[in-house]
Design a protein around this ligand. Structure first.
Ligand code: HEC
Length: 148
């Protein structure tokens, strides 16, 4: 018993302080939506918008983070920032939204309650959505709700 406690203690001390030890947050989408998104074309309105609304747009809008990525609507999201283009349809590697999401917040020491991280499923779905062309309707249906 003593030995087990020691091993556990050791494991806790040597665990890397990276994303794996931080809470990953809950999936915003249902299991069915996740399955559908992974096995067919990703649908912006039902599979992308809810994730961005729940986890990103409360910070990523023009008012809260001027000069940074805004995800309020299609034309905002397709802009470029100092670091590059936020979304390059067809090219997740060149889209900051995907390539930078894990490192972007490294300077933020505390994860705020609103800033739940993307789950692996959500990350995979966003990446697939960009790869498939990042279809995002213009106009009212493509506007994300910002809770201020
Ligand atoms: C609590 C507020 C907050 C939330 C929630 C948040 N971010 Fe950020 N994000 C920031 C801040 C602040 C920066 C700028 C960091 C810096 O300059 O060091 C940033 C930077 C970024 C960048 C780099 C481009 C830029 O605008 O500077 C990307 C990409 C990004 N975030 C993606 C996301 C995604 C995707 C989500 C949702 C899963 C998200 N963020 C949720 C606050 C937030």
């Amino acid at each position: 018993m003593k030995r087990l406690a020691f091993v556990l203690l050791l494991a806790a001390c040597t665990a890397p302080v990276d994303s794996e030890t931080k809470p990953l947050g809950e999936n915003v989408l249902s299991k069915e939506q996740i399955h559908a998104a992974k096995h067919g074309p990703v649908d912006f309105l039902t599979q992308v918008k809810p994730v961005l609304e729940a986890k990103c747009v409360m910070c990523h809008n023009r008012q809260a983070l001027p000069g940074h990525m805004s995800l309020e609507n299609r034309s905002e999201a397709m802009r470029s920032g100092a670091l590059g283009t936020f979304i390059v349809p067809g090219s997740p590697e060149n889209s900051l939204l995907i390539s930078n999401v894990h490192s972007a917040h490294s300077k933020m020491s505390v994860m705020p309650a609103v800033g739940e991280r993307l789950t692996d499923d959500e990350y995979a779905i966003l990446k697939k959505w960009v790869k498939e062309g990042a279809r995002w309707p213009a106009g009212a249906t493509g506007e994300l709700k910002v809770l201020r």
